[in-house]
Design a binder for this molecule. Structure first.
Ligand code: PMP
Length: 409
């Protein structure tokens, strides 16, 4: 580690709250699929800010839209209208096929917003008695870090000593249709079902084919809202614009974040049709920065890049190339026990316990050879490059991955 890097790391460790455990790499520049550290070393970014940088780092069209808008008008009070928001709202609702959008800033905020909308719909439209609504969630979920969201996490480290928690959630196993039907049948007070189409933070757990379509049909049958958290899976990451599109599902509430801005600016969104969204009235929800002119301009540019550069098709095609290559490596190297994923949201499972340091050491070796990734849940390494990556670059990265893994044989 260079003394330059060490100085930056020391500063963060001394003055920053210790709420992350980063790899010892200090980044200062990004372009497309690459990032550079403070010593000028270049890396492939295989984490993409947890799937926020789908369009590649510092995409000139998105950055250009941000700079132009930042020089004109950055923030108005939502006490007034602004000239960017309406056009963005029209664009984003047409893009995803909904009547209305509620703009927010971060993924967790958008999840909280969706939960509020779902509850209000349950009381005002479905007729569930006040304070009785239940929302079904899945085991091993990750939806963010706010107090209500961690109320239904089963990551003990994320929850312990942060209570008391928010009531009104029923947790069922993920990828288990029978469990969902039993929960829907268990009471008349079910307002909705909140689900990640692929569980990203849990280690890229892909449910069985048909799960999402069956879950949506059951929600319709029991008059509960199907709420898709596509913060990580959305915006072309899995090879379709939304992961639910693999099963032709249109959620009742769609939650987007991360790559809706290409990682350029914090933008999130909740989309729904009028019958659901119209339960929210003035004064019942909002955010100072939600729907600000810069966010609106950035999000339009970021979504145009997804469309104009065919990022869904690229992710679908290169995902197959990547998994094929990883499976070939696995056949030669028993350190990889499993390769899974969809599009360019993938993970390899390393042949070690969840509390072993091996996956961490492997990621350190990747970084030495010029590729950045990080373990999740101890023994899984997510591999999720920006979607602008090329086939030649994927092959180069497969070479780096195999070379690093071979060092551990
Ligand atoms: N939902 C999902 C599925 C996520 O993966 C994440 C972030 N990893 C969030 C919500 C939270 O987003 P944010 O960090 O922007 O609050």
């Amino acid at each position: 580690l260079s003394s330059k890097s060490e100085a930056f790391i020391e500063k963060e460790n001394k003055y920053g709250a210790h709420n992350y455990h980063p790899l010892p790499v200090v980044l200062e520049k990004g372009e497309g699929v690459y990032v550079w550290d403070v010593d000028g070393k270049k890396y492939y970014d295989f984490l993409s800010a947890y799937s926020a940088v789908n369009q590649g780092h510092c995409h000139p069209k998105i950055v250009g839209a941000m700079v132009k808008q930042a020089q004109t008008l950055t923030l108005t009070s939502r006490a007034f209208y602004n000239d960017q928001l309406g056009p963005y709202e029209e664009f984003v609702t047409e893009y995803f096929g909904f009547d209305k959008v509620l703009p927010m800033n971060t993924g967790a905020e958008a999840v909280e917003t969706a939960l509020k909308i779902c509850r209000k719909w349950a009381y005002e439209v479905k007729g569930i008695p006040e304070n009785q609504a239940q929302i079904i969630v899945c085991e091993n979920n990750f939806h963010g870090r706010t107090t209500t969201i961690i109320s239904f996490s089963n990551d003990e480290n994320a929850r312990k000593s942060f209570g008391p928690f928010t009531a009104g959630f029923i947790k069922i196993p993920y990828d288990d249709i029978e469990a969902l039907e039993n929960a829907l049948k268990s009471t008349n007070n079910i307002a909705g079902f909140l689900v990640e189409p692929i569980q990203g933070e849990a280690g890229v757990y892909v449910p069985a084919d048909g799960y999402l379509a069956k879950a949506k049909a059951l929600c319709e049958q029991y008059n509960a809202l199907f709420i898709a958290d596509e913060v990580q899976t959305g915006i072309a990451r899995t090879g379709k614009l939304l992961a639910v599109h693999h099963e032709n599902v249109q959620p009742d509430i769609l939650i987007l974040g991360k790559a809706i801005s290409g990682g350029v600016y914090p933008v999130s969104a909740v989309l729904a049709n009028n019958a659901v969204m119209n339960v929210i009235k003035p004064g019942q929800h909002g955010s100072t920065f939600g729907g600000n002119p810069v966010a609106a301009a950035v999000a339009i540019a970021a979504l145009e890049v997804v469309r104009d550069e065919n990022l869904s098709q690229n992710a679908a095609y290169l995902g197959v190339v990547l998994r094929t290559g990883l499976n070939e490596i696995a056949s030669r190297n028993p350190l990889i026990t499993l390769v899974r994923g969809k599009g360019l949201l993938n993970a390899i499972v390393i042949n070690c316990d969840e509390d072993s340091d091996l996956a961490w050491d492997i990621c350190m070796k990747f970084s030495e050879y010029g590729l950045l990734a990080k373990p999740t849940h101890g023994n899984k390494i997510r591999l999720a490059p920006p979607l602008v990556i090329t086939e030649t670059q994927i092959h180069e990265c497969l070479g780096i991955i195999e070379r690093a893994l071979n060092d551990f044989r």
